[in-house]
Design a protein around this ligand. Structure first.
Ligand code: COA
Length: 332
């Protein structure tokens, strides 16, 4: 293989302006703010406006990521968009985003691994860049989960929110590590653990809203996330103490805390924004990564670990070194 590496050169995110608090749920459901905060870590989440959909959120996040990378849409070779809540069944939301951005040279496709979608997307992007199939890609996670909720189910409605995050991935001959080790997995035997029973081709007679076995999901998420990060660290020959920032999927603060404790990572090395967004599925990691980068919590040359678990069930982790400046300087 060539010495080309894949590096992230820009990040962006977008969240709809409408905030829904825990008290807004308590006004009509048998729940309350302290239960939701203590059991999940969520204080509020964003909800898309009536006229907003997944592609709108994605375009906003993508525009910011391209600006951060210093590229224009016509530079892109491809768009990979991770979502479980596409605008319409087909064509892909990625194609709608391609048209809106004017990314005329880019191929475009959606990828559905639900909450693990962004880590899956980066895994594919890394492979395409390293193989020479593409040199500039946009990887997006965008979700309007609020359209897939049963608003009368307190066990799921309170957990999810809407948002989008995007990164630009480029081929680099100067990066030392870039997107270093990525591993993704699935176990479809557990498909019923979190699923949307209706809305697809199978005639189920069921509604297109999320069903989840919360307790089982929680336990499996803790176990698989731990195994997954340990697998990636071992494959890279890197110890947890060398990680500058863990950016985990934001599903439940207790899952994040269990994982951080296992890795021996103090709070300042763990990115948490679940309090403001809830679980935004495929958007969760790119939104958290973008906020971390813009807050100066990711510095050049530092190692970042991403990890996700979601419906499928799917899970995966990725280790990267932040080398955006090095790559951008090499372009000049
Ligand atoms: N407000 C108040 N009570 C609630 C509630 C709510 N919003 N949601 C559930 N409860 C109740 C349950 O009905 C149950 O009551 P019961 O004992 O009378 O039956 C009680 O709280 C405890 O439920 P349990 O499921 O054991 O709570 P929990 O501590 O496991 O927390 C979740 C529930 C959903 C927050 C938690 O299981 C979770 O986060 N699971 C993982 C979710 C996840 O990660 N999903 C996406 C993966 S990508």
């Amino acid at each position: 293989m060539s010495g080309v590496r894949a590096v992230i050169t820009g990040t962006g995110s977008y969240a709809p302006s409408r905030v829904m608090t825990n008290d807004d749920f308590a006004a009509y459901l048998e729940t309350n703010d302290s239960w939701i905060r203590e059991r999940t870590g969520i204080r509020e989440r964003r909800i898309a406006a009536e006229e907003e959909s997944t592609s709108d959120l994605a375009v906003m996040a993508s525009t910011k990521a391209l600006a951060a990378a210093g590229l224009s849409p016509s530079d892109l070779d491809g768009i990979l968009l991770a979502t479980a809540t596409p605008d319409i069944l087909f064509p892909s939301t990625a194609c709608l985003v391609q048209a809106r951005l004017g990314a005329s040279r880019a191929f475009a496709f959606d990828l559905n691994a639900v909450c693990s979608g962004f880590v899956y997307g980066l895994t594919v992007a890394k492979s395409m860049v390293e193989s020479g199939a593409a040199s500039k890609l946009l990887v997006v996670g965008s979700e309007v989960m609020s359209r897939s909720l049963d608003w009368s189910d307190r066990g799921t409605a309170i957990l999810f929110g809407d948002g989008a995050g995007a990164v630009v991935v480029e081929a680099s001959s100067v990066a030392r590590r870039g997107l270093e080790t990525f591993r993704v997995r699935a176990d479809g035997r557990y498909w019923e653990m979190i699923h949307v029973p209706g809305g697809g081709a199978r005639k189920t007679g069921e509604p297109p809203t999320i069903r989840m076995k919360g307790g089982e999901t929680f336990k499996m998420a803790v176990r698989q996330l731990q195994e997954s990060v340990e697998e990636v660290l071992a494959a890279s020959g890197v110890s947890a103490s060398e990680i500058s920032l863990l950016v985990p999927h934001q599903a439940n603060i207790r899952i994040i805390e269990a994982l951080s404790a296992r890795l021996g990572l103090p709070a300042e090395k763990v990115m948490v924004n679940i309090d403001r967004y809830g679980n935004t599925s495929a958007a969760s990691i790119p939104v958290a990564l973008d906020e971390a980068v813009r807050a100066g919590r990711v510095r050049e040359g530092e190692r970042v670990l991403l990890t996700a678990f979601g419906a499928g069930v799917t899970w995966g982790s990725g280790l990267l070194t932040w080398e955006a400046d090095l790559q951008k300087r090499s372009r000049a």
